[in-house]
Design a protein around this ligand. Structure first.
Ligand code: FES
Length: 122
């Protein structure tokens, strides 16, 4: 049986105090992905200034791990160049969180997927 003890401090921190959760009404790029494993959905919105990601926000109907992963992803790309953001993968997000219980790894896959979709929408 899975217990909360399987989550790292970073996962708890980003779940309890999600960074950049919300909406950018005049977003330049929007990416929405659904998780085939559970049906949860993540929407990522980007505001860019030239080559720089000026703002990034997310909304999700996902679980705690999805919220933490999305929050972590936004901290990895905010203020970065599009070139740097394009290189962010699901593995980078999971690594930044430390570790997720194996049963929750699929939840972290939404974050980079939605980010890359939003970049493709610019
Ligand atoms: Fe659906 Fe985690 S269970 S994103």
């Amino acid at each position: 049986m899975e217990s909360n003890c399987d989550y790292t401090k970073a996962v708890f921190d980003h779940f309890q105090n999600p960074r950049n959760m919300g909406e950018i009404e005049d977003a330049d790029g929007v990416g929405t992905v659904g998780n085939p494993s559970c049906g949860d959905v993540l929407k990522v919105m980007l505001k860019v200034d030239g080559d720089k990601i000026e703002d990034v926000k997310f909304q999700t109907f996902g679980c705690a791990a999805a919220i933490a992963s999305s929050s972590m992803m936004t901290t990895l790309v905010k203020g970065k160049s599009l070139g740097e953001a394009k290189k962010v993968t699901n593995k980078d997000v999971a690594a930044a969180l430390g570790q997720l219980p194996p049963i929750k790894v699929h939840c972290s896959n939404l974050a980079a997927d939605a980010l890359q979709k939003a970049i493709g929408d610019l």
